[in-house]
Design a protein around this ligand. Structure first.
Ligand code: TMO
Length: 314
């Protein structure tokens, strides 16, 4: 017994020394890392960027289209491995709800700061189409500037797909006392937002759409409306009256809790990945301005920006 114990201790000690000197490191599993794709451009391009980074390390990856809110539950139970764009305003609650249930981990925060908010193109401000903007109170006096054929005489807010925020924007209009003057229309896709911005610009007319930064629209100029400041609990879904804007937020990465164990090298790289507003704006622009496919855009971005991503795999 004594000999066995001594041998065991000696073996454990040499194992520890080997680890410390870097001779032992676990191999990543050959099982695919499952990366979700959603319905806005930077997210899909970044899926291929991060998938390409994992492949450059010898890993296998798989892409699955996923619901933008339900994906956190899918990560928690292991059907999906990561999320690489967790936007605070839109997905913070679903992310932390999943964390409360157990199985999803915070894999770090991108350098980019984010805002997801209703706003107007730069020319609406420059041409003074609604005096007082971007202060939200100016909206009360110019609903006709933002009226459209389908808005019943009210001003129209073109919100993103309803799968992103549910009834948050109609609730906000009510909370602000603007619901007698404005209505919300949900766009069927992000592309419908860009099509409406393009046609309004061509006609020189006022338009209010949901948008976000970082995005390809940063380059041209998009002005977010300034609403009463966000605080935890101000939204109707969180018990408030909804009369607040969106938080100036973070952009996080999330992973299934087993990912660091099954794919230690890929997880290490993923934990280091941090994209800036410039990086993310470029990824969106390759699709929304240059009209590349998401997959080609991911490859093109990787080829042009090795200086950005190679340090993540070192
Ligand atoms: C989550 N999004 C960037 C579309 O606001």
């Amino acid at each position: 017994m004594k000999n066995f114990k001594q041998n065991f201790v000696a073996a454990a000690l040499s194992f520890t020394l080997a680890s410390v000197s870097g001779q032992v490191s676990a191999e990543d599993s050959s099982k695919p890392i499952v990366i979700p794709t959603h319905n806005w451009s930077s997210q899909v391009v970044m899926a291929y960027v991060i998938g390409g980074i994992f492949e450059s390390m010898g890993n296998n990856v798989e892409y699955v289209p996923a619901d933008t809110q339900a994906v956190y539950e899918a990560i928690r139970n292991g059907d999906v491995t990561i999320s690489h764009e967790v936007w605070q305003s839109t997905f913070g609650a679903s992310f932390y709800n999943a964390m409360d249930k157990g199985g999803i981990i915070d894999a770090g925060t991108h350098a980019a700061l984010t805002l997801e908010e209703m706003g107007v193109p730069q020319y609406v401000i420059d041409d003074n189409l609604c005096p007082g903007l971007p202060n939200w109170e100016a909206l009360a006096n110019c609903q006709e500037v933002f009226a459209t054929a389908d808005s019943g005489g009210k001003g129209r807010w073109l919100e993103g797909p309803q799968s992103w925020h549910g009834d948050q924007m109609p609730e906000r209009l009510a909370g602000l006392g603007l619901d007698d003057k404005y209505m919300v229309k949900f766009a069927g896709s992000a592309d419908a937002l860009w099509a409406e911005l393009a046609s309004a610009k061509k006609e020189g007319r006022g338009v209010i759409t949901f948008n976000w930064t970082p995005n390809f629209t940063d380059a041209e100029g998009f002005v977010f409306i300034e609403f009463p400041e966000y605080f935890d609990g101000c939204r109707v879904g969180d018990g408030g009256d909804g009369a607040c804007g969106s938080p100036k937020g973070w952009l996080k990465k999330a992973a299934n809790y087993k990912f660091p164990k099954t794919h230690p090298a890929a997880y290490k790289a993923f934990s280091k990945i941090s994209f800036t507003s410039t990086d993310i704006g470029q990824m969106a622009a390759l699709v929304d301005i240059d009209k590349m496919s998401h997959e080609d855009a991911g490859k093109a971005w990787l080829a042009a920006h090795e200086d950005v991503w190679k340090p993540f795999v070192e």
